[in-house]
Design a protein around this ligand. Structure first.
Ligand code: NAD
Ligand code: UDP
Ligand code: UDP
Length: 356
């Protein structure tokens, strides 16, 4: 049962019951923090399309107005420039909390590019503040108005996992003082806060642990592997494989993730739920798929790997299959071309970037 064939004839109401779409369901007021970003903007598209009102809260740290411009002028859409580290008063039914500097160059020391240490420290602090104070504020908001709260956590809570594939019951193997711990530990703390507000204040919460996701609107230069390889192939630059390229990741297309997030929010289960595509690839295999999709002559160049890089990552999604009726339906080979055409368009629109 894949979601693409799943009937949209019913809908899980926020209160939990199934309501026929034919009968009129109450439109919801939903806030999406980080809604100007890659995943957030696709989520907003779906929520608007099904008839709800959406408020996006975003400080444009990595997000872009372009991702949401097609909703400007829609009375059911509102965009607020705001940093979630500061408190905010809103009246809503649901909160999707995505705000977080999520891309590696924003939290990880990258030996390939030199980042001065002041900037680095400042950015690391920003990640932790967003994850801890930002999540606390959104939970405070959920508590005050009785909204349901969904946290987008990450597979990084498993660290460099000693269990493969990763099941939600695994507690992880995280270095608390490493270069990527601001992200890993920040998200772990966000999960803790979420469960504390659930147990202590009775807030309805949902936790998603998202595995590597790709698709249109990804930041072109944020340093993640899929966006790097695709941009490099289109620019006729060599694909940069870090380390020996034998480390693995499992890549999920963004529409599959958005379907999973909505099912999680509307369902009855707190989670945490792994949301990811179990198809596992080494970075060399990924480079091959990119070559096949864009340019068979693209060169591969090896670079030193970053510190604390997880060796393997692959989600066990039995729990989401069983309790949410969800599983991904877009394979890497089918999803990649959709991202490539978006990148091709954006790169050709920016002559500086293609070096013309
Ligand atoms: P993104 O960088 O495209 O989006 C994050 C958004 O949050 C951006 O629009 C950014 O401007 C905004 N933001 C950051 N700090 C903020 C702050 N303090 N206040 C308000 N807005 C702020 O990243 P994404 O890939 O869309 O990620 C969305 C969420 O999913 C993140 O929480 C991320 O940790 C999680 N996630 C993503 C992946 C993935 O592969 N894309 C994997 C695991 C988890
Ligand atoms: N908060 C917010 N919007 C609200 C309600 C709360 O931003 O509508 C913030 C609030 O400023 C606080 C955090 O959420 O920093 C946690 O709120 P809570 O009421 O749980 O804690 P308290 O304010 O009692 O410390
Ligand atoms: N990676 C790579 N070349 C790049 C960027 C990343 O080989 O240009 C590798 C990186 O070392 C890691 C994997 O790809 O092993 C995934 O990296 P990414 O930053 O996309 O995601 P994460 O490490 O957070 O899973």
């Amino acid at each position: 049962s894949t979601h693409s064939t799943h009937p949209v004839s019913y809908y899980h109401h926020a209160a939990g019951g199934k309501v026929l779409l034919g009968l009129k369901r109450k439109a919801l007021r939903i806030v999406v923090t980080g809604g100007a970003g890659f995943v957030g903007s696709h989520l907003v598209d779906r929520l608007i399309a099904r008839g709800d009102s959406v408020i996006v809260v975003d400080n444009f740290f990595t997000g872009r107005k372009e991702n949401l411009m097609h909703h400007f002028g829609n009375p059911r859409f509102e965009l607020i420039r705001h940093d979630v580290v500061e408190p905010i008063l809103l009246e809503v039914d649901q909160i999707y909390h995505l705000a977080c500097p999520a891309s590696p160059v924003h939290y990880k020391f990258n030996p390939v590019k030199t980042i001065i240490s002041f900037l680095k420290t400042h950015r690391f602090a920003t990640v932790n503040k967003t994850n801890v104070v930002g999540t606390l504020n959104m939970l405070g908001l959920a508590k005050r108005v009785g909204a349901r709260f969904l946290l987008t956590s990450t597979s990084e809570v498993y660290g460099d996992p000693l269990q493969h594939p990763q099941v939600e019951t695994y507690w992880g193997n995280v270095n608390p003082i490493g270069v990527r711990s601001c992200y890993d530990e920040g998200k772990r703390t966000a999960e803790t806060l979420t469960m504390d507000y659930h147990r202590g204040a009775g807030i309805e919460v949902r936790i998603a642990r998202i595995f590597n996701t790709y698709g249109p609107r990804m930041c072109i230069d944020d340093g993640r592997v899929v966006s790097n390889f695709v941009a490099q192939a289109l620019r006729k630059e060599p694909l940069t494989v870090y380390g020996d390229g034998k480390q693995t990741r499992s890549f999920q297309y963004v529409s599959d993730l958005v379907e999973g997030l909505i099912r999680l929010m509307e369902g009855e289960h707190v989670g945490p739920f792994n949301l990811g595509n179990p198809g596992e690839f080494t970075m060399l295999e990924l480079a091959q798929v990119v070559q096949e999709t864009i340019d068979p002559n693209a060169k591969i160049e090896f670079r030193p790997n970053t510190e604390d890089d997880p060796h393997k990552r692959k989600p066990d999604i039995s729990k989401a299959k069983q309790l949410l009726g969800w599983e991904p339906s877009v394979s890497l080979r089918n999803g990649l071309p959709l991202m490539v055409s978006d990148f091709r368009q954006r790169l050709s629109g920016d002559r500086k970037e293609v070096g013309a």
